[in-house]
Ligand binder design. Structure first.
Ligand code: ATP
Ligand code: MG
Length: 247
């Protein structure tokens, strides 16, 4: 069932289909509207995030493979409300030629174990880590966790490799807590990381089109030689609250 304004369905732009009707889909709808981008959202009944603002709403189960496949048939580009969707369903659609954005290879980086391994392979520094999988082999996971804990100084951060977000499924553990935690844990494989001291945390949002061109950004260097990149406006050194990236 497609509900919503007939006007948007008659519009000229490509249709972007969104799997899931949560808060992020809602924000996407609000941002897309002034840009003339047509959104169609597949949302579960009672999903309150995007349902009120989506120009086109398809009521169905955004986790169901058949519902996703039928929804994707009517859209030009398929995207997601959040990354905790079945990637194998999206991979099958991608293989059939559906434009899935972000692509399934990129989405794979939402798995923290894959992310840590891929970054290490690419020479990108990450905290020391170990991946343990109590679900596959409990005694081996406990032994590996004990060995890792001995190899790092101080506490350990345990993270579910999949399914967490915004600090959920992240546990700060004292050394003596690690083994009991791993012994009773069940779920996706765990990434164990050494606890590092953080000066600041940066989130970088990168947008590009199919020709790899991004939106206009301001680039510059401050007196200390640090590079600044910022979309629009002028960045100031040390101004961490305003979406600035410095290096
Ligand atoms: N190795 C670490 N040492 C110290 N603090 C950490 C470490 N890893 C994570 N943290 C703290 O825990 C918070 C949550 O961890 P993380 O960012 O990995 O999880 P997330 O926000 O759920 O996932 P993601 O950022 O991938 O969406 C971080 O913002 C940071 O403050
Ligand atoms: Mg985070």
């Amino acid at each position: 069932m497609v509900a919503g304004s007939a006007d948007s369905a008659a519009g000229p732009g490509p249709v972007v289909g969104v799997l899931g009707g949560g808060q992020l889909a809602r924000m996407l709808c609000e941002a897309a509207s002034p840009m003339g981008v047509r959104l169609r959202v597949l949302a579960a009944p009672g999903d309150e995030g995007a349902a009120e603002v989506a120009p086109e709403l398809v009521v169905g189960d955004p986790t169901d493979a058949a519902a996703i496949r039928s929804f994707s048939a009517g859209v030009d580009v398929l995207t997601i409300d959040h990354e905790n969707v079945d990637h194998s369903v999206l991979a099958a659609l991608e293989a059939d030629g559906v434009a899935v954005r972000p692509g399934v290879r990129t989405l794979g980086f939402s798995d923290k174990a894959h992310q840590r391994r891929a970054f290490t392979q690419a020479g990108i520094p990450v905290p020391r880590f170990a991946v343990v999988d109590p679900g596959a082999n409990a005694s081996r996971a406990v032994a590996d966790a004990a060995r890792f804990t001995e190899s790092v100084h101080g506490g350990v951060v345990a993270k579910a490799s999949r399914g967490g977000y915004d600090g959920r499924a992240v546990w700060m553990l004292a050394p003596e807590e690690v083994v009991p935690f791993v012994a009773r844990y069940s779920g996706a494989p765990l990434v164990l990381e050494e606890r590092v001291e953080l000066d600041c945390e940066l989130a970088v949002l990168v947008a590009r089109n199919l020709e790899w061109r991004g939106p206009d950004v301001a680039r510059g260097r401050d007196g200390a030689g640090r590079r600044h990149v910022r979309r629009g406006g002028v960045s100031r050194a040390g101004d961490r609250d305003h979406g600035e990236a410095c290096a």
